[in-house]
Design a protein around this ligand. Sequence first.
Ligand SMILES: Cc1cc2nc3c(=O)[nH]c(=O)nc-3n(C[C@H](O)[C@H](O)[C@H](O)COP(=O)(O)OP(=O)(O)OC[C@H]3O[C@@H](n4cnc5c(N)ncnc54)[C@H](O)[C@@H]3O)c2cc1C
Length: 452
Amino acid sequence: MSRTDQPKHRVVVIGSGFGGLFATKALRRADVEVTLIDRTTHHLFQPLLYQVATGILSEGEIAPPIRDVLRRQKNVRVVLGDVHDIDVAARTVTSTILDRTTVTPYDSLVVAAGSGQSYFGNDRFAEFAPGMKTIDDALELRGRIFGAYEMAEIETDPLALDAWLTFVVVGAGPTGVEMAGQIAELSRRTLKGNFRTFDPSTTRVVLLDAAGAVLGTFGDALSTHAQHELEDMGVEVQLGAKVVDVDAEGIEVEDVDGSRRRIEARTKIWAAGVAASPLGRMVAEQTGAELDRSGRVAVLPDLTLPEHPEISVIGDMMALDGLPGVSPVAIQGARHVARQIAARAKGEQTSTPFRYRDKGSMATISRFRAVASIGRLHLRGFIAWVAWLAVHLIYLTAFKNRFTALLHWAVSFVGRGRSERTSTWQQVSARTRLQRLEAGATGPRPGGSVRD
Ligand SMILES: Cc1cc2nc3c(=O)[nH]c(=O)nc-3n(C[C@H](O)[C@H](O)[C@H](O)COP(=O)(O)OP(=O)(O)OC[C@H]3O[C@@H](n4cnc5c(N)ncnc54)[C@H](O)[C@@H]3O)c2cc1C
């Protein structure tokens, strides 16, 4: 209770990603009680997941505990739980962890549950071509990538050896480019001298995309530059190539002329599509809001839902003016809704439209190579890479993480080592085994093609 004995305005925030965490932090001085619910215990810095997958950083460096990040913010309670119900009429959110179910009432709700990987209706690809959205995904990929080299060391059949040494990355957006660049660098630099029966620099890295350009959203000049840089590092870029099937041993591709071909590759990485959290559909069905093709919720200009000023949807889950699913959109949206909620808590009516300030986009290709598009400024090469490094360091959430991340970057970028190559059998196989168990117990999971 506040000093006036009025019950405090209760805010529930779903998700501790960029949207949820920044909204919560922006409410630190507001006279509200915040409950932040997430199904993980950490805030994940997704832009650096590929560095966990390729052994540069540890998972702890990009995923600090949420309750520690918020330890000084006394108006927040952090609750671990998977949200599976939002009751718009009753104004409650229901979450479950193990066998404990919690029902949390709200006066204002911020839905920031992000997006999952989309296989465009082909969920069966997921077993053989993991995506990269969570720490589990990155650790599984790390195990698969370094594990492929272990298998290559003991392989005696030359064709099978080629398949172990072929890595296919699907999707030539920033994540796919980063992964392809890192695997090329691993094979040419980091793994030098590590094996006796083959030369890791013979690794084949294929970057595939159904579209006609690498980093298509960066404009022609940077896109062409990125493609040349990748090819210079030995990455095979195959554009206009649509994936039509994936299995344990390889991948089948259809080219623009309609012809089909197969690439024998044991390791496939899916960096191609996203679909918003299924919680979007849940709130849309109850409020009449529309969904776009990726399942994102169409919000009003102030980021709330029609007839429901108490519900805001932000970050990767919101559809507004074609804004992309990137962290600045989530962070700025979060700060905007926090201001609105603080005003509502004081009894003020507000529906100020959200104004996005585009700060540009960046993608790394490998060590010392990146591209950045900031307004009319187009940077490439070392200077773009330094800009990328600075931005990511600033946004890494806790000081400790910045410090150790810098150390590990020095090890990998100045030297040729990687400090985090450890992986376990469980990390490689647990996801598919759990999914099989779950499917056996309950039948296929609802949710269409989304691996959320
Ligand atoms: C590999 C990768 C690289 C990227 N690189 C960049 C980049 O370089 N630059 C850039 O700007 N953006 C990048 N992005 C995009 C950026 O990370 C997202 O736009 C941003 O994270 C969106 O924030 P969000 O809060 O909407 O969702 P998220 O950050 O995804 O957070 C969602 C949170 O909700 C939780 N959650 C989901 N469902 C539930 C549930 N049912 N119950 C409870 N909790 C739930 C999740 O655990 C998670 O913590 C990248 C994304 C990925 C995956």
